[in-house]
Design a protein around this ligand. Sequence first.
Ligand SMILES: [Zn+2]
Length: 117
Amino acid sequence: MRLLFELLLLASDLSGIPLPEVVPQVQIVTAAQMPCECMAAYEAGVVSVRDDVDLDRPFGRSVLLHELVHHLQVHHHGGPNTPQARFARERDAIDVQNRFLALQGSARRAGFTHRTD
Ligand SMILES: [Zn+2]
């Protein structure tokens, strides 16, 4: 829970999007329970993170941070209602994720690999 608040604050700082009043729910699920072939997903206030994502490591944390950026986006701007908006949201979340990885001293970077709808 402490990690969630820390990452939510960082997501807000790095994205420039104000903190929402609502804290998302985070659930750890198996690959079979994921809504997509991805490491994590955000939908309607719930972040799903696959159980093999290591939240003790910078990259795993960056995966959760990425989904928290989507939470901030939805609460501040509303849901993305065009493919262009969805693409822009994804690009912004990846940008925040990669800046976080750089701050953590990690050489890994995220790219456009996961579904956003
Ligand atoms: Zn995303």
